[in-house]
Design a protein around this ligand. Sequence first.
Ligand code: TPP
Length: 634
Amino acid sequence: MSELLSRIESPADLHALTDGQLKQLAQEMRDELVRVLSIRPAHFASNLGVVELAIALHLTFDFRRDRLIWDTGHQIYPHKLITGRFKSFDTMRTRGGLMGYPNPNESNFDLFMTGHAGCSVSCALGLKVADDLRGEADRRSIAVVGDGALVSGIVFEAMNNAGWLKKDLLVILNDNKMSICPRVGALATHLDQCRMSSLYTGSKKVLIDVLQKVPLVGPWAQDRLEHFRDSLKALLKDGMLFEELGFRYYGPVNGHDLPALRRVLQDVRPIGGPILLHVLTEKGHGVPEACKDPVKYHTPPVFEKVGPERAILSLRKGGSKAYTDAVSATITQVMEEDPTVTVMTAGMCQGNKLEDVREKFPDRFFDVGISESHAVAFAAGQAKSGIRPIVDVYSTFLQRSFDQIFQEVALQNLPVTFTLDRAGLTGPDGPTHHGCFDIAYLRLFPNFVVMAPGDESDVAPMVRFALRQNAPASLRYPKASLERVERPPTPIELGKAEVLSSGDDGVLIAFGSLLPTCWKAALKLREDGIHVGVINARFCKPLDRDTILEAVAELPVVATVEEGTLEGGFGSAVLEAANAAGLDARNVVRLGIPDRFIEHAERAELLADLGLDVAGICEAVRSRVAPRRESLTA
Ligand SMILES: Cc1ncc(C[n+]2csc(CCOP(=O)(O)OP(=O)(O)O)c2C)c(N)n1
């Protein structure tokens, strides 16, 4: 039942509700989250935790003018529910439907697509500076930052700058004690210390209430109490870190007590300068199962509602093994065999399926939090000293560390292994999460070995091969179930492709994840009398020039196939090599991700849209083979 929620067409409608109705609205919002997200895998627990915060923010500010950025942006669902998107909430994360992150194309209430964590304070500060310069200083600028996102270095760069500029900026720390996994890092202790002080905030309130009832004594007592509070605050080092950065620290406040939240937001609203408001929320609030296991319920697979409403949920099991499983199993094996191997994850222990590694090798497993640039430079330091570090990061998030890959790793030629998860089209997360660019941005660097397993059987040998290199080496793999092309094993050799089959009409050269698709396409084409071979490129750098350029020189059609951007990708590497060898490369057709951002939908849907499924690859070959045959018979 969404009796009230269905009537909220814009945040302005919230003002008509009584306190009791607002409470009911929060319940209806949670019910809607449970209803929709039980049938569709999406960010669940984080959103249950910010229902009251979203309502309170929209009641206190007017975000038709004021600025609001949610970070990490997967906490955006309650905000979407009350900014005119309730009726389309069913379409969440489906093709053509609502995006699971803020999306300015959906609503003016969303400002940036904040799928990557940590940039909200910078953007909010930028908006504030610009609004002031344009004579619109009345517009408030607010960043809601999760405690997981907070540890991104960039948040501190921004706070350092904001504290210096002394701009009116409200940073709300949404502290649920969790990143995806329990939060890590020294800062966690500081935040815990701040939490403790909620005890004194409560006692202060009681004392003020009591003293204010005594005639004439009230104001004086309040003044004394403020003094008392400040001394206590200093003693507890409460929010000191933020105060040192030039922010006034307020809180912590209970993020599920809507009236209290509204009061404190009203209180801080008129205060000038940078403010940090510490809000305590519970990940999964309102759904006991999600509170008990917020890691599992961060982005659960579809789950069943059984038993009393919202009380018992059970995750539906299933699903085949994914590339991530194969890589993490290999990492476990190599760490068992070689005590010099370490692994870095940037807040993605669960996503990277490294829980086993964390258990077995606590001194060689490092979750650095959402700090990809640090992870890479940290690994470089280890490599310099004879350790063999693996940086296990999603393709899209590794973009954060482009400069560390350049300077600390490639330029020093250090043997750091990069295992790039979710490389290619990641599906319902959409453009912030697709891993489209890593081939292009890694092949730029001298010294780098850039690889991709063609199927399951390449995975373990390739990880082991990478660890044997005396140079940086990367391998990319998709967010997909494992597939295998049955064939006799061939060892991984530096810069050597694997020829699976040959044909007179042409060849499909797959770099990575689409090798099994190419294999199926070649079989299908054979049914139509078109004979194309299949090559598993394995290496983008160094490229197997001998094998590939021979194909370019001799075959009528050479199709390069990659699940990455065509701009500077594997196909470009082939064209560059052909050009350098003075070959006519008009027979080369490049299949991959075009030069635009790809929306969200299921991976299979996107691959089909982009002509990267069996049908699309067959069509690309047919459309080139047929005219040639016609011209030969004419
Ligand atoms: C740069 C970057 N690295 C990694 C991630 C993957 N990631 C998504 S959410 C998340 C944890 C965020 O924690 P927090 O901000 O506290 O939000 P919560 O889910 O706890 O509400 C991580 C690591 C990301 N979104 N961006």
